[in-house]
Design a protein around this ligand. Structure first.
Ligand SMILES: [Mn+2]
Length: 405
């Protein structure tokens, strides 16, 4: 069976199994009892690695183990698919359209006990008790509570030496003669090239296995090494293409949530400078929608010049509830950071957009990976110091008055 036909039939396979769990919703034909459903699911960022690894591994296993069903699931709600511009671009190039894909909201919140789950590109999951196999390349978090809930027989292939989970899928794909699929080979090849930053030595994002798999895939595709660069450039451009997104979608496109016991702080990463974003009409409405339930929003902007590849970065701190002292505290933490030095300085032209704080980041090597822990530390320190400002104290202050009345 070819990849496209497999995908077109995946929804039907899912429906047949779910019909058993919930006949009211899925009035489809039932499945024979020995036939098991395996959901193959990537991580919640649904980056290219997660999406491609889930899709290709499900296809390969489905062809090799025809007695069972393997269904790829993209770990985002369907409405967020347009935000994953590089995924949509590469899938589109391979003829894979959104309606044949299955998303997190296509499966019930609680998966039935007899459903097996294969995790790709992550290994900490609320589905842990159902997981039978893991392919991942993140550093092992074996102390996490969900990791301890994995069943004893779960097969683990967690290899932090590879730059891409797609490399681990390619290894399985290439290990046997069947199935052969140009679509699978192209998807895996493009993903490994993107994740390894096209094997740039300075980026240090690849290991020997990534290179070996890409070379084998190139032999299978009969493609030349020099095509890597054009594939890579196309995907980088597709990832930064926000021309079809609303401003709120631009903020949500690549966001992470920082959570402490008392606060939720969203960090947006955008392929446009914040300074340029706030000039757009509707920017204030978009920011309000994005940060509706938080004290603080952190927005990180980046602009890569198409002409010479030069990178510019800036950031903004905005409090919708006007907590200026808190914003100032986080600003100081970022400005004073030595690990690394962010070299934050005011923009040449200042802005007072929503009373926020806007800074150019002259150390363009520093990324969200560096900024996130600084913000988190500042949040925790602030909370520790302002323990006295919380409700209990307010309550004690008020109590004598209540007692008198
Ligand atoms: Mn990955």
């Amino acid at each position: 069976m070819c990849l496209l036909r497999f995908l077109a039939q995946a929804r039907g396979a899912l429906g047949r199994h779910l019909a058993e769990a919930s006949p009211a919703v899925w009035a489809a034909a039932s499945v024979d009892p020995g036939r098991k459903l395996h959901l193959v699911i990537g991580n919640e960022s649904c980056d290219l690695d997660s999406a491609v690894s889930a899709l290709t591994l499900a296809f390969v296993y489905a062809q090799r183990h025809r007695e069972h069903d393997y269904v790829p699931i993209l770990n985002i709600p369907r409405r967020d698919y347009p935000l994953k511009t590089e995924v949509g671009y590469l899938f589109g190039k391979c003829g894979i359209a959104e309606p044949v894909l299955l998303f997190r909201d296509d499966i019930p919140r609680e998966v039935a006990q007899n459903v097996n789950v294969i995790l790709v590109d992550h290994h900490v999951s609320p589905l842990a008790p159902n997981v039978t196999e893991i392919l991942d390349h993140r550093p092992l978090e074996d102390s996490s509570a969900s990791f301890k809930k994995l069943p004893p027989g779960c097969e683990l292939d967690i290899d932090a030496t590879v730059g891409s989970c797609a490399t681990l899928v390619a290894e399985r794909y290439l290990a046997e003669e069947e199935p052969r699929s140009a679509g699978v080979a192209k998807l895996l090849h493009a993903t490994i090239v993107l994740d390894t930053i096209n094997f740039a030595p300075a980026a240090k994002r690849f290991g020997p296995k990534d290179l070996a798999m890409v070379e084998q895939l190139e032999r299978e595709l009969n493609s030349q090494k020099d095509q890597r660069t054009s594939n890579f450039d196309e995907l980088v451009a597709a990832r930064a293409d926000i021309s079809k997104l609303t401003l709120t979608e631009v903020l949500r496109k690549d966001m992470k949530i920082l959570q402490t016991d008392r606060q939720v702080v969203p960090l947006a990463g955008m392929p446009i400078l914040v300074r340029d974003f706030v000039e757009k009409s509707g920017a204030e409405k978009a920011v309000r929608e994005f940060g509706v339930e938080s004290n603080l929003l952190v927005i990180l902007g980046m602009y890569v010049s198409p002409a010479d590849g030069q990178v510019q970065r800036d950031l903004a701190l905005i409090s919708l509830s006007g907590q200026s002292q808190f914003v100032e505290r986080v600003r100081l933490a970022l400005v004073e950071s030595n690990d690394p030095k962010l070299e934050l300085r005011p923009h040449e032209v200042d802005t007072r957009f929503m009373g926020g704080c806007f800074l150019r980041q002259h150390n363009v090597q520093a990324t969200r990976k560096h900024i996130l822990p600084i913000v988190k530390q500042a949040l925790l320190e602030w909370e520790a110091e302002h323990d006295c400002d919380c409700e209990e104290v307010y309550f004690f202050k008020e109590k004598p008055q209540l007692g008198l009345s």
